[in-house]
Design a protein around this ligand. Structure first.
Ligand code: ADP
Ligand code: MG
Ligand code: MG
Length: 329
C-alpha cells in the first residue's frame, strides 16, 4: 500500500488502507486513485498558494505587490497569515514568516538536503543586516473585511511560508481523507511531517520513528500514535551547508538574521493540527528547550527536544507517546 512520490519540492510517502470492495474496483485501484488525489492537492497548494517562486501563487503575488498596498487573498491564506501572526506574538518573534529576504540571501532553497556546500559563499554581515532590516511580522497588514480579506507588506519585505508549508499540506490531506469514507487508515509523510489517520487493518497504533539529529540515519525512539495526529520535526540536519567545518542550517533566528543557535539540535511536535505542529517545531527550534516548552503550554501541543549532546527532554504529555529505541533502554 506504500507509495513514494515528490511534490512541493519534497518527498511524499503514503500508506493508505481502504475497506470494502466494489464489484468493479479493486482495493489497489482505489488506493491509487486516492494517492493521486492527494498529490494533486499538494501540487495545487504549491502552485496556487504557498510558493514564492511561482508567479501563480498567492505568496508570490503578495511579495510582488510589496509596498503597493493591499493584495486580496483567499480565506485560507488569510487564516494562515492570521495564525502565523499569533505564533509570532506568542514566540516573541522567534517564528516570523517575514524573513523572506533572509532566506533568499542565505539561499536556503538551493541547499541540498545532504549538506553539500559546493561553491557556496556565505552572505556578508552587511547583507545580513540589510535583509534583517526588512523583516518584522508586526508590519504585515492583514485586513479581514466582509467583501474579502487582503494583505499588504512593506516595500522591501518578502514572505516565506516554508515553516508551515508541510503542516498546511497535512491539514489539506486530512480533509481529503475525511471526504473518502472508504479510507480506513493512512499514514502520510510530507517531507518528514507526518499525519496519522484512522487505524491499521490489523489494529494497533501507528509507529513513527524520531530521527536522531546527531546521527540522522538512526532514530532515538518511536512515537506510538493513534489516528488524527500530526508530527512535525525541525532539525539542524535537515537542510544545511558546511563552510570551513561550520554547519549553516535552514532555520533562521529572526533576531540575528543567521541560523539559530539554541540548545536544540532537533525538536518534534505532536498535535492534532498540521499547521500548528509545523509552526511550533520551527518556533521551538529557535527558542530552545525551556522557552519552547513554555510556548507549547499555550497550545494543545506536545514536544520532544534533543540537545547537541543527545539529551532528550519532553513535555509531560509526550511521555505517553514516546518510547526509546531498544539500543538505548
Ligand atoms: P522543514 O521545512 O524542514 O519542515 P521547518 O518547518 O522548521 O523545517 O521550516 C524551515 C523553513 O522555514 C526554512 O526553510 C525557511 O523557509 C523558513 N524559516 C526559517 N526560519 C524561520 C523562522 N524563524 N520563522 C519562520 N520561518 C522560518
Ligand atoms: Mg515548521
Ligand atoms: Mg516543517
Amino acid at each position: 500500500e506504500k507509495s513514494i512520490d515528490t511534490a512541493m519540492g519534497t518527498v511524499i510517502s503514503q500508506t493508505v488502507y481502504v475497506t470494502g470492495n466494489s464489484a468493479t474496483t479493486t482495493n489497489s485501484e482505489i488506493n491509487e486513485k486516492i494517492t493521486d488525489v492527494l498529490l494533486q492537492k499538494l501540487n495545487d497548494l504549491e502552485q496556487k498558494e504557498l510558493s514564492w517562486r511561482l508567479e501563480s501563487a498567492e505568496v508570490a503575488r503578495i511579495n510582488a505587490a510589496a509596498g503597493e498596498g493591499q493584495t486580496s487573498v483567499s480565506p485560507a491564506m488569510s487564516e494562515w497569515l492570521g495564525r502565523c501572526r499569533q505564533i509570532s506574538e506568542e514566540s516573541a518573534g522567534a517564528f516570523d514568516v517575514s524573513i523572506g529576504r533572509l532566506s533568499r540571501l542565505w539561499d536556503i532553497d538551493t541547499w541540498a538536503a545532504a549538506g553539500d556546500s559546493g561553491d557556496y559563499e556565505l552572505p556578508r554581515q552587511e547583507e545580513i543586516a540589510e535583509a534583517l532590516a526588512t523583516t518584522g511580522w508586526q508590519k504585515i497588514q492583514l485586513e479581514q473585511q466582509a467583501d474579502g480579506d487582503s494583505v499588504s507588506i512593506p516595500a522591501e519585505m518578502q514572505l516565506d511560508l516554508g515553516a508551515v508549508g508541510k503542516g498546511v499540506a497535512l491539514d489539506e490531506i486530512l480533509k481529503t481523507l475525511e471526504a473518502h469514507p472508504e479510507v480506513s487508515g493512512a499514514v502520510i509523510s510530507v517531507g518528514g511531517s507526518i499525519l496519522t489517520y484512522g487505524s491499521k487493518p490489523e489494529g494497533g497504533a501507528w509507529q513513527i520513528a524520531v530521527t536522531d539529529p546527531l546521527d540522522p540515519s538512526e532514530s532515538v525512539g518511536v512515537l506510538t500514535l493513534d489516528g488524527g495526529h500530526c508530527v512535525s520535526t525541525s532539525g539542524d540536519y535537515e537542510r544545511y551547508v558546511e563552510v570551513d567545518g561550520v554547519r549553516y542550517h535552514h532555520i533562521l533566528d529572526p533576531r540575528t538574521g543567521s541560523p539559530a543557535h539554541s540548545d536544540v539540535a532537533g525538536v518534534t511536535i505532536v498535535t492534532k493540527d498540521g499547521f500548528l505542529s509545523d509552526a511550533l517545531s520551527t518556533a521551538c527550534f529557535v527558542l530552545g528547550q525551556e522557552e519552547g516548552q513554555k510556548l507549547l503550554e499555550k497550545y494543545d501541543a506536545e514536544g520532544l527536544f534533543i540537545d547537541h549532546e543527545g539529551t532528550i527532554t519532553m513535555t509531560e504529555g509526550m511521555r505517553q507517546y514516546f518510547h526509546l529505541s531498544n539500543s538505548q533502554k
